[in-house]
Design a protein around this ligand. Structure first.
Ligand code: SF4
Length: 187
């Protein structure tokens, strides 16, 4: 085969280039195989507020097909600007934790064991006991003055409640005659 100097250099250059492209292609495939899938791919993001304390840090909650995938601080929230304390950072475990109790458990007065109860039973029982405590302790007048109050109950709102829920909570408490009405954010 007759090969000129120019032809030889051209062929050698094409060979080196081909080898480089081949190597690049292989390393890209290897990189792709090594790369982990993006944790938040195809998730739906929702914003909410940390339920733990009155600071009220903003959160971004990511879900995929209804399953919680990630919880992190919301960088656009004016209170925390993306940061969270250790309690806020562990919020994922509120929803995803095999040790979390998911059913009502009740220990009767004097009993040494827990019983499993339904939510319907628990709600009716709580309502019944609130009503009884309120009726047993209700004071219409004190020193001749109309007071319509009970001092046997106390109500406390929490940071996870929004404005409307707090409004309803305070209405309920006042309609019962509760005077000890507080909010977690103030204590
Ligand atoms: S992240 Fe921490 S500081 Fe912020 S609201 Fe939750 S518990 Fe409070």
């Amino acid at each position: 085969m007759n090969l000129s100097r120019r032809g030889f250099l051209g062929a050698a250059g094409a060979g080196v280039l081909g080898a480089a492209i081949g190597t690049l292609g292989l390393s890209r495939k290897a990189d792709a195989a090594r790369r982990k899938p993006f944790k938040l791919a195809e998730t739906k993001e929702s914003t909410t507020i940390c339920p733990y304390c009155g600071v009220g840090c903003g959160l971004i909650v990511s879900t995929r097909e209804g399953e919680l995938v990630n919880v992190e601080g919301d960088p656009d929230h004016p209170v925390n600007e993306g940061s969270l304390c250790s309690k806020g950072m562990s919020l994922f475990q509120v929803a995803s934790n095999e040790r979390r109790l998911q059913k009502v458990r009740y220990r009767a007065p004097g009993s040494d064991k827990w019983e499993e109860k339904s939510w319907e039973w628990a709600l009716a029982e709580i309502a019944k006991r609130i009503k009884k405590t309120r009726d047993d302790s209700f004071l219409a007048k004190d020193g001749g003055k109309l007071v319509n109050r009970t001092q046997a109950l106390a109500c406390m709102g929490g940071a996870a409640l929004d404005n409307e829920e707090n409004y309803l909570w305070s209405k309920l408490a006042r309609s019962l005659g509760v005077t000890y009405l507080e909010h977690q954010a103030r204590i």
